[in-house]
Design a protein around this ligand. Structure first.
Ligand SMILES: [Zn+2]
Length: 294
C-alpha cells in the first residue's frame, strides 16, 4: 500500500509523492510465503494470520518465540502493530474466548491495541534456513541437510530436523561447549553412551523425541533435541546413540534473531523499510536444584 509523505516549507504545505510504502498484514503474510510458506507446516499445525485484520497497515513488527501476555505488553509498549510468533497463539480450535484465560487475555490485549498476529511454526522449522538449521550451523556442522526432507518441493533443501558432519571428529566435551555457547541452556540432560569423539550430529530444535530413530538410522552418533521422552532415553541406552536434551526454548530461541534478519532482507527486497524488533523472552523452565549445587 502506497502512502504519500507530507512535507511542508515555510507557510506552504505541499505533498511530494513518496516511494516509501507501508505493507499490510496480508502483504507481509504473502511475502512470508517465499521464506516460510504455510504449505511447509505439518498438517496438525495452525499457522498464518491468527488474529487481527489482514488489511491493517504494518509500521513495526515484533518477533518472538512464545505468545504470552508479557509479549502483548511489549508489543503495545514498543508501538508494534504486528507480532510474529513461532508458537501459535491458537493451536486447537477454540469454542469460546474468555479473557480470564491466557489465550483469551492475549487475544483481547492485541485486538484492543490494533495489533495483528501471524504464526510461523513448523513452516519455520522446515524452511531451509529454519530453526534446526540454525542450531546445526551454530554447532559448526558442515554438509547440513534436513533429517526428514519435506514432501513439498523447495528451492533449497527443506524439512524437519537437521543432520551434518564435522570434517575432523570433535571431542564430545567440545560439542557440549559449543552447545552451551550457542543455546545458553540452564541445564543439559543426556541419555545413552557418550562417545569419545563425534563426526555426525543430528539436531531438532524443540520437542524432537520422535525423530531419534531417524537420527540413528542416518548414522548420527549424537542427537540433540528437547523434551526427550522416558522410553526414548531408555531406548538410547540399548541402541548406542547419545541423546542430549538442551530444553525446548534454548534449542529454538537462537533461531529467532536469524529469522529477524531473513525477514528484514525479505521486506527490504520489497522496499518495505519497516523496523523489525526481537522480543525479550526467557526460558520458562529454570534449574531449581541439582545435586552438585550448581
Ligand atoms: Zn517449539
Amino acid at each position: 500500500m502506497k502512502i504519500p509523505s507530507r512535507y511542508t516549507s515555510p507557510g506552504v504545505p505541499f505533498f511530494i509523492p513518496s516511494t516509501e510504502t507501508v505493507p499490510t498484514v496480508q502483504d507481509i503474510h504473502t511475502a512470508l510465503q517465499s521464506l516460510a510458506p504455510d504449505t511447509l507446516a505439518e498438517p496438525w499445525d495452525n499457522v498464518g494470520i491468527l488474529a487481527g485484520s489482514p488489511a491493517q497497515p504494518v509500521h513495526r513488527i515484533l518477533v518472538a518465540l512464545d505468545p504470552c501476555i508479557a509479549l502483548a505488553e511489549q508489543a503495545v509498549k514498543r508501538n508494534c502493530d504486528l507480532i510474529i510468533t513461532h508458537h501459535p497463539i491458537i493451536f486447537r480450535p477454540i469454542k469460546a474466548l474468555h479473557t480470564n484465560t491466557p489465550v483469551g487475555a492475549f487475544l483481547a490485549a492485541v485486538i484492543r491495541a490494533g495489533i495483528s498476529v501471524i504464526a510461523c511454526h513448523t513452516n519455520l522449522d522446515s524452511m531451509a534456513k529454519g530453526v534446526s538449521n540454525a542450531l546445526a550451523q551454530g554447532l559448526g556442522l558442515e554438509n547440513i541437510r534436513p533429517l526428514v526432507p519435506s514432501a513439498h518441493s523447495c528451492a533449497d533443501q527443506c524439512g524437519l530436523g537437521s543432520i551434518g558432519t564435522y570434517p575432523h571428529p570433535l571431542p564430545a566435551a567440545e560439542l557440549i561447549q559449543r552447545l552451551q555457547r550457542f543455546c545458553a541452556p540452564e541445564w543439559l540432560l543426556d541419555a545413552g553412551n557418550r562417545p569419545e569423539s563425534i563426526s555426525r550430529v543430528a539436531v531438532c530444535g524443540g520437542s524432537g523425541s520422535d525423530l531419534a530413530e531417524t537420527a540413528l538410522a542416518q548414522g548420527a552418533e549424537v542427537y540433540i533435541t528437547a523434551e526427550i521422552k522416558h522410553n526414548v532415553a531408555r531406548w538410547a541406552e540399548e541402541v548406542g546413540i547419545w541423546l542430549v536434551d538442551a530444553g525446548h526454548f534454548p534449542t529454538e530461541n537462537p533461531a529467532m534473531p536469524l529469522f529477524v534478519q531473513h525477514l528484514h532482507d525479505l521486506l527490504h527486497s520489497r522496499t518495505w523499510t519497516i523496523p523489525i524488533e526481537l522480543a525479550e523472552q526467557e526460558a520458562p523452565l529454570r534449574l531449581l536444584w541439582s545435586p552438585t549445587g550448581s
